[in-house]
Design a protein around this ligand. Structure first.
Ligand code: SAM
Length: 347
């Protein structure tokens, strides 16, 4: 059901304005979740796997709807798109969507976040279609641990990273969620090994603090802060812990590697807010336009489009989303709704 009030409220707004929020941040980056389905079942990303019900196919936003939304977003100053999910590569004909998005005036960069299992098959086609870069989620280099955590196999992920490099989808970033007792803390830590792996792969690794999801992984048990991770000897041997953390629009802060071969990123949604440079909006797989990852206040662009909304109506939803974007995102520990899980929003 379309909420008409905010749209009327913005009727006087010029159609050619760029998206500024109330804190003087221009919103230039749209993350698009193309599906809430995934071929993995990471404990930290989806609610207890058997209870999660993916959206019915007809509720998922269609490619032509995404293309229209992206075109309008580009007219409002959005220049960067990221395709995410669920696992984006389980949606059929994704290269066709990439090709359409790449042809939109004003779109300068298209990236994708993926678990890489299907990249061996699709990397070259995606690159040919206009995909610029990928981020790969990789939480463990131990095949057994990897299978236990994700329900999937490590070997195709490693092959996918290789295929992406061969296809020129770089610079490749690797995202690792830190989980005490699984890949971080005491004898479980794979942090140093993952840094070495990234160096060997000429990729940049970013470690992410675990965000809470009530129905997913037990946050109290598995959360570990970046400070504790950096205090380990094997990490301090590799990373210039004293080097200033660099900032920018990125959610990550970067520290230099001691060997001079690049940097390691840290994304700290829990221990340090990284919102001051936030330039993002998110389109969820069912068409919701979200201005902040943990903030549930969103209007649904799929509904606006399917009820005959004009381009002006779509712009109005974008303006409203910019207007309500909070200065700082707040992660709630009591979020009970499985639609708030990362697999549904698109992390
Ligand atoms: N399937 C793709 C993948 O595996 O990269 C894209 C979707 S996944 C939801 C996007 C990112 O969200 C991944 O890097 C994942 O590690 C991260 N993520 C999911 N749940 C998280 C949580 N509870 N805390 C921190 N990061 C999380």
């Amino acid at each position: 059901m379309v909420e008409a009030t905010p749209i009327r409220f913005f009727e006087s707004r010029p159609d050619d304005g760029v998206l500024m929020d109330r804190f003087d941040r221009q919103l230039t980056y749209l993350r698009i979740s193309v599906t809430d389905r995934c071929n993995m079942r990471c404990d930290y990303c989806r609610p207890a796997s058997d209870s999660y019900k993916a959206e019915a196919h007809d509720q998922v936003i269609r490619y032509e709807e995404i293309e229209r939304i992206a075109r309008i977003a580009a007219q409002m100053g959005v220049s960067k798109l990221r395709i995410t999910g669920g696992e984006p590569l389980v949606r059929r004909d994704l290269p066709d969507l990439i090709e359409k998005l790449a042809s939109i005036d004003g779109i300068k960069d298209i990236s994708m976040t993926t678990n890489a299992t299907l990249l061996g098959k699709y990397a070259q086609t995606l690159a040919d279609a206009g995909l610029d870069r990928i981020n790969v989620s990789l939480d463990s280099l131990n095949p057994l641990r990897f299978r236990k955590l994700t329900g999937g196999e490590l070997a195709p992920v490693l092959a996918g990273i290789q295929a992406a490099r061969d296809a020129g989808l770089g610079p490749i970033k690797i995202n690792t969620v830190l989980m005490r007792g699984i890949n971080a803390g005491d004898e479980h830590s794979e942090v140093a090994e993952l840094i070495d792996f990234a160096i060997a792969e000429q990729a940049t690794i970013r470690f992410i603090e675990l965000m809470p999801m009530k129905q997913g992984m037990d946050w109290d048990k598995h959360y570990i802060g970046i400070d504790e991770v950096l205090s380990r000897d094997d990490v301090a041997q590799r990373v210039k812990v004293e080097s200033a953390l660099q900032t920018g629009n990125s959610a990550a802060r970067y520290l230099s590697l001691k060997n001079g071969q690049g940097e390691v990123g840290f994304i700290m949604p829990m221990s340090e807010r990284f919102c001051e440079g936030c330039n993002r909006l998110r389109l969820t797989a069912d068409g919701g336009l979200r201005s902040c990852l943990p903030d549930d206040d969103q209007l649904n662009l799929r509904d606006v489009i399917r009820s005959g909304g004009s381009d002006h109506d779509i712009r109005a939803v974008f303006f409203r989303s910019a207007l309500i974007k909070p200065e700082v995102g707040t992660y709630k520990f009591d979020a009970d709704d499985e639609k708030r899980s990362m697999i549904s929003i698109g992390g």
